[in-house]
Design a protein around this ligand. Sequence first.
Ligand code: HEC
Length: 167
Amino acid sequence: MMVFRRFTAGILVPALALACGVVMSGTALAQMVTPLVIANPTKPAAPKAGGSGGPVVAATFTQAQSNRGADTYTQNCVACHGPNLNDGEFGGPPLIGTEFDQKYFNQTADTLYGFMSAAMPPDRPGQLTPQAYADIEAYIMSRNGVQPGTTELPSNLTTLATLTLKQ
Ligand code: HEC
């Protein structure tokens, strides 16, 4: 298993660097690779971040996930939050821009996920699937200027708490 994992990482790192087409620092690469490692079901659960000072790495999502999120957002959220995320007709606050960024992008990814899955949409809070809330979060990240990567944003709160929205 160890041999397999080391072998996988050896392939992943250059593959990621190639896929991104940019020169990345070792730290940035580590930040991209770590979520893949966390997603590995054979690995023990990642330690909880936050006050305990656990590791926090940048959250990633894929273009396909963001596209799914856009569809789900259009079906469930657009009336109140708007097609541009700041132009809803029914009183939803902006989900884009400086104020929103300051509120959520300094937090780990579970904060935004937690609010959405607990309170949105207001007429049936929590009634979308966990995957749908993660997809919408990916879409919101994308609309707030975060570039897609090679790993989907997970829908597990414990894992989300180890990922920061700030890139
Ligand atoms: C019926 C109108 C309505 C719909 C539909 C709706 N929202 Fe909201 N949303 C609101 C209102 C009003 C608030 C502010 C109230 C609050 O913060 O509790 C809000 C707040 C939010 C916030 C917090 C914004 C902040 O600044 O903290 C997020 C994130 C959010 N909505 C996401 C969604 C998502 C995702 C969907 C679709 C799954 C959705 N909303 C559907 C009306 C709506």
